[in-house]
Design a protein around this ligand. Sequence first.
Ligand SMILES: Nc1ncnc2c1ncn2[C@@H]1O[C@H](COP(=O)(O)OP(=O)(O)OP(=O)(O)O)[C@@H](O)[C@H]1O
Length: 252
Amino acid sequence: MELKRVDYAVQIEDLTVAYDLKPVLWDIDLNIPQGKLMAVIGPNGAGKTTLIKAMLGLLVPVSGTVRFFHEADNSLRKLKNKVAYVPQSGSVDWDFPATVLDIVLMGCYGKLGFIKRPGKKDKDNAMENLKKVGMEDYALRQISQLSGGQQQRVFLARALMQTADIYFMDEPFKGVDVQTEKAIIALLKELKESGKTVVVVHHDLQTVSEYFDWVTLINIKVIASGPVEEVFHEQNLKKAYHSTGNLLKSAV
Ligand SMILES: Nc1ncnc2c1ncn2[C@@H]1O[C@H](COP(=O)(O)OP(=O)(O)OP(=O)(O)O)[C@@H](O)[C@H]1O
């Protein structure tokens, strides 16, 4: 029987990351197949944000390799149009003068190069993406004058400008209301349906089965990774969260 070749968006091998010599990710081996909508879950301080940053090359690991789309050259220069990143809201200092529209238009700099200015088509596209996240009425508002949840939606619109192949989102539902959360997950599912890979740091265990088709549980090490219906169960959750209680209530 011929084995089907799996196309991976990300392949991580032997990844160890430390801050001040203290390892916070230890010997991570992880493959993320293309076209999955994947949650990264684990307790506070488990290394979820660090994992995303290490994948993106924003941190220098102690050891290990990260490969995107089976490419040998993983320099950010090569990948900048393929990878989009929505950082945690609150992790960016917005104390500089820029409108919501300016921020969203930054999403197409990779495509434009640094010299070309965005034109009418880019602006129309930016407005379209602001509409998708319900923020079109705020286009000319200063970014510093938005709530955390609204800023998060603007980040998302900016990521959508990038038409990347893989999207990394660090807690996109943090500080957003239920309606916005539903709108964002509908968008992420749309991205997945169009063949994109979406990796989301997520905290709400009760919504994992509803939102995602793939999940990685981490706590310094990878506890489990795979289809939600196979690996998202009480036993793995207890290992990841060092818990003895029922973490899932009636979620699964
Ligand atoms: N810049 C840093 N310098 C030193 N230690 C850090 C730094 N950033 C994170 N850490 C530590 O590394 C560990 C992993 O942090 P990380 O932010 O990746 O966890 P997380 O799983 O995303 O947590 P949370 O769910 O609380 O956001 C934590 O113990 C944290 O205190």
